[in-house]
Design a protein around this ligand. Structure first.
Ligand SMILES: Nc1ncnc2c1ncn2[C@@H]1O[C@H](COP(=O)(O)OP(=O)(O)O)[C@@H](O)[C@H]1O
Ligand SMILES: [Mg+2]
Length: 253
């Protein structure tokens, strides 16, 4: 159904000077679907996310969010669309000088200035429960482990009740156990909150937990698309090579 299309990318081309990073990429992400984007470093995965959220303009092509062409929107209306999008980017660190409560309430207040302090406090507590870290409400970021920081970062992204979540390498830098936990959490949130997500990752274990469908970016194009099973079972030598490296990294074999 057309109204099921939360994100639609149509023939997106992105160039930086002479360099073509993405060339005529088209994809659709349906409501409550988790799409994983694979690709080696430098293949334009982060650029794709930035175009989808309107932080970068396509050189050619169009992005539709809930069937609205975002290039046609005024700043005011683009900001409205963005209010329904959460993102967890690699650099999105917590504010070190604020407690967990302050980190979360700061984001929520900025997003929803009409809320009173009781409503904000309730939402902070409720969101921390979703990531199983209600106990950490008064902690400073420096008191948290890497995995906990990621979970708080995730809580901060979802406290605005986004309809669409964009994740850029959500498990990078985590040990395999924390990485599995965060992936499981992303999956649970999608189920509980009916969120639509695009997840950029190198991490095959994360993708196996989360993905309904995956695409693989290579040489500015979507080189492969399918289920994780289809990608990992493929006899394409490029894919075999990519996934065998990932498996070696993860298992240490
Ligand atoms: N703002 C920018 N200006 C110029 N080149 C950029 C910019 N952002 C990204 N690039 C280039 O685009 C390519 C893809 O980057 P990126 O999307 O970050 O790759 P990745 O797949 O690792 O996320 C890289 O070669 C990068 O140097
Ligand atoms: Mg990147």
């Amino acid at each position: 159904m057309a109204n099921d299309r939360v994100v639609e990318v149509k023939e997106l081309t992105k160039r930086f000077g002479e360099l073509t990073i993405l060339e005529k990429i088209s994809l659709v992400v349906h409501r409550a679907e988790n799409l994983v984007v694979f690709g080696r470093s430098g293949q334009g995965k982060s650029v794709l996310l930035k175009c989808i959220i309107g932080l970068m303009n396509p050189t050619e092509g169009k992005i539709f969010i809930n069937r609205e062409d975002i290039s046609k929107l005024s700043i005011k209306n683009l900001n409205k669309v963005r209010k329904n999008i959460g993102f967890l980017f690699q650099g999105s660190a917590l504010y070190d000088s604020m407690t967990v409560r302050e980190n979360l309430s700061f984001t929520l207040k900025r997003h929803s200035p009409q809320l009173n302090s009781k409503e904000i406090e309730d939402k902070v507590v409720q969101t921390l429960h979703l990531v199983s870290l209600a106990d950490a409400v008064d902690k400073m970021p420096s008191e948290l482990s890497g995995g906990m920081k990621k979970r708080i970062g995730l809580a901060r992204s979802i406290i605005i009740d986004p309809e669409l979540m964009l994740y850029d390498e959500p498990t990078t830098g985590l040990d395999p156990i924390s990485s599995k936990e965060i992936s499981q959490l992303i999956l649970n949130l999608q189920k509980k909150l009916n969120m639509t997500s695009i997840i950029v990752t190198h991490d095959l274990i994360c993708a196996e937990i989360i993905a309904d469908r995956a695409i693989f970016l290579k040489d500015a194009k979507i080189a492969f698309e399918g289920s994780i099973q289809e990608l990992t079972d493929s006899d394409n030598s490029f894919l075999r090579n990519f996934f065998s490296h990932e498996i070696i990294k993860e298992t240490g074999v």
